[in-house]
Ligand binder design. Sequence first.
Ligand code: IPM
Ligand code: MG
Length: 356
Amino acid sequence: MKIAVLPGDGIGPEIVAEAVKVLHALDLSFELETAPVGGAAYAALGHPLPESTLKLAQESDAILFGAVGDWKYDTLDRHLRPEQAILGLRKNLGLFANFRPAICYEQLVNASSLKPELVAGLDILIIRELTGDIYFGQPRGRRIAADGHFPGAEEAFDTMRYSRPEIERIAHVAFQAARKRSKRVTSVDKANVLETFQFWKDVVTEVSLQYPDVTLDHMYVDNAAMQLVKAPKKFDVIVTGNMFGDILSDEASMLTGSIGMLPSASLNANNKGLYEPSHGSAPDIAGKGIANPLATILSAAMMLRFSLNQLDSAQRIENAVSKVLAQGLRTADIYSEGTTRVSTIEMGDAVVKALR
Ligand code: IPM
Ligand code: MG
């Protein structure tokens, strides 16, 4: 088993180091190879996704990814910005199925910005399509408007699009995931306004006929955003497009107490996967030793389960995370009175200890 380790920018290196520590503590044999990505790769090699890093990712069985992005690079041309690294990996490896579970650990109900009774026991799974939609649609660019409200004015445009096979394959992923849970899927769209999402809704409905045991409902994205903070436990599996999934998964993360708790898996058709925390590079807290490594550690658990077929080890990590939370250990983002504040490294060490 070969794992590509891509720490990236900001807090990326700190949190990935803790996840690597946890992986080593499992006594499994795998080869880990580290490569630069994002702003760090631009600084070292002149490109956010260097050929050598992409090649390593392609040759590995799985990829453990930290985070990319730093204000330092915001003025670069778009194709050189750190974010292009993660977008390029998703596209090049065909990682179309993004799993973002939002689970509220019993010990963290008070860390959520919502009332404890709304989030206690929360366990939802957002399945975000990751290689299509307005994120990748062509054409896009800037031009002088030929028509519209201000002909002759400078304008920018992007293209929202989904093909039938793209919708079908993510719908299958969602229905299959729902079968292993409470057999309910909510498809989130904007069919009342957008052609792309009327098509999305139609195709998801067609695919659902192959899963008579799973209940499908549809919700407009604005309503879904509201329901997520009103009654989040009504959801089980949510399937949606790339952009809506980006937004709703950040929203859902806060239900769990902190975005620092949310892992993710991005899989291609062969179950090859990239595993990363759902949060970003947080350059404002980088290097201070206060970042929460749990989302990355839990992403490593997802990697063991989905790509490396090490179900026991995955479960051991998840149990260890529960245990350290039960011991009252908290990084700054999930700290509350009466708990013990620990650093990034101390949290990683505690997870390793809890594994034993
Ligand atoms: C995410 C991030 C990325 C996205 C950025 C960094 C390009 O927000 O993984 O959710 O928009 O997909
Ligand atoms: Mg996002």
